[in-house]
Design a protein around this ligand. Structure first.
Ligand code: GTP
Length: 481
């Protein structure tokens, strides 16, 4: 499914102000990236590391609405031209080079535009392969337009100019794009809790990173052509343990390190060392492909496992705990917190004459009623309360640390709220339903108290509520010993 071709999701329509702000922010980001890239220029040749184009393409892929906004293109074009002029290029060179940069982004955007969004955002099993192809297309786009300018400006053959540009663009895209695509959203950053992170941290989590540092140190000390891949096992280990974003950052760090240490070994990124420079850049590009493929595969797998785990533990219709999970969690509470002599109440809740709803309004309406009823109940619960669907139209609720009176009050409130609530299905006739509730309360549940016993007592009370006319709460007189 992940490689199925489908248009990217349309972005929500932002306001004109936020549109302009986004375009201006993009222009400023591109400008700064261009300045940073220009600083990596060897004398009399193109920059050896140029992150601006991949950054622009990545932002477009993350926010497709931006790519459809002409203001974003104008802001980026201005950023390319002004930064080039600022760094001393002639007007003709600035315009030509900027045009080449934009041509690469257009080519990359055209490639990724029709691909399934999960695949584009590196959450598909074939994402890494699509990423490589997209980077090749982007690099080809900019180098085809830009290489005549290079040989014109800096001399050398057209052949060397093309391949120098192509290999540099390919490496930059492969190192920068995954970072932009997997970077956490603002919402995720806001949710991030440093305290939680520190609490979960174990020294063993650092092992893959330390292994990578060790491998790269040995690679630097030993040198030689094979040293390019010394870090691969450690990078794969990182890909198995860390998030895709972290792995992308590590690939960038390793790529930049390799690129830099090669210059100490006297490779220069000019046509003087054409073959070595191209070979190294393609090597770095392919080096990060493996870890990125593993990391994106891992993120797909983790997401699926999370969904599977959630589906196994929750009721598919209402989203509350399933029967087994409810019993498991209540048992856990009794075994742990119950030891500290807390009190607890268990409520069995059953909609009255639900069969009539199904018969009169249809099964779909019955389903919708169950969903809405669940939402209604949830409004009256504390975060520590547990709600589970025991089957059909029967729910169980565990209220930890409540007195007998409080438990009765909660049950009465639920009964009352259900009676008053108007259920509607697809604008049809409004419907009123009632609920019967059986409650068992226990002061200081004994250690051996079984949730099954409590449920049985609550069920017995529910049976009495049904037998005495429904739409009521019955408190069990029994306690579990
Ligand atoms: N729509 C829908 N109906 C369900 C679901 N699960 C069980 N039912 C129906 O719920 C109805 C329960 O009927 P009964 O056990 O007779 O209960 P009741 O009609 O509520 O009567 P009392 O409990 O005695 O008040 C049956 O018709 C089941 O088919 C479900 O997931 N969705």
């Amino acid at each position: 499914m992940d490689f199925q071709r489908a248009p990217l999701e349309p972005a929500p329509a932002p306001s004109a102000l936020s549109d302009s702000f986004a375009a201006a922010a993009l222009g400023m980001t591109i400008f700064l990236a261009c300045i940073a890239g220009t600083l990596s220029r060897p004398v009399e040749f193109l920059a050896s590391f140029w992150p601006a184009n991949a950054l622009m393409l990545g932002l477009f892929m993350r926010r497709p609405g931006l790519a459809r906004d002409p203001k974003a293109w104008v802001a980026s074009a201005c950023a390319f031209v002004f930064s080039s002029l600022l760094m001393g290029d002639s007007a003709a060179a600035a315009i030509w080079l900027s045009f080449a940069n934009l041509a690469g982004v257009v080519a990359g955007w055209q490639f990724f535009h029709g691909i399934d969004r999960n695949t584009v955002l590196l959450r598909g099993t074939r994402s890494a392969l699509f990423l490589l192809c997209g980077c090749i297309v982007q690099a080809a786009g900019e180098s085809i337009v830009g290489f005549p300018a290079t040989s014109f400006l800096f001399g050398g053959t057209s052949f060397s100019a093309f391949f120098m540009w192509f290999s540099s663009a390919l490496m930059c895209s492969m190192l920068i794009l995954p970072i932009v695509l997997s970077a956490p959203t603002l919402g995720q950053v806001r949710q991030f809790s440093l305290q939680e992170c520190v609490a979960r941290f174990k020294l063993v989590h650092l092992a893959p990173l330390l292994a990578l540092i060790a491998c790269e140190t040995v690679a630097m000390l030993l040198g030689g052509p094979g040293s390019l891949v010394f870090g691969v096992p450690a990078l794969i280990w990182c890909a198995l343990r860390y998030s895709l974003f972290s792995v992308s950052l590590l690939c960038l760090a390793v790529g930049v390190l390799k690129s830099y240490t090669a210059t100490l070994g006297l490779i220069t990124y000019t046509p003087d060392h054409l073959v070595d420079a191209i070979s190294l850049r393609v090597g770095i590009t392919l080096l990060s492909l493996g870890p990125l493929a593993v990391a994106s595969f891992q993120s797909v797998r983790n997401e699926l496992l999370h969904k599977l785990h959630h589906a196994a533990r929750h009721d598919a219709l209402t989203g509350v705990l399933g029967r087994n999970t409810f019993i498991e969690q209540c048992a856990h509470w009794l075994q742990t917190l119950g030891l500290e002599q807390h009190s607890a109440a268990v409520l069995m809740i059953d909609l009255d004459n639900f069969k009539g709803v199904n018969d009169t309004h249809g099964h779909a309406a019955g389903d919708e009623l169950l969903r809405e009823f669940t939402r209604l109940v949830m409004l009256h619960l504390r975060p520590s309360d547990l709600l589970g669907r025991m089957g059909g139209e029967e729910f169980a609720l565990m209220l930890p640390n409540v007195s007998r009176e409080e438990a009765r009050e909660v049950a009465e409130r639920l009964c009352d709220a259900t009676r008053r609530h108007v259920f509607t299905f697809n604008d049809e006739v409004p419907l009123h339903v009632t609920v019967s509730i059986g409650v068992v309360h226990q002061d200081a549940p004994p250690r051996h108290a079984m949730i099954e016993q409590l449920l049985r007592e609550a069920d017995h009370a529910l049976y009495q509520a049904k037998g005495t006319g429904r739409n009521r709460v019955v408190m069990s007189a029994h306690a579990v010993y």
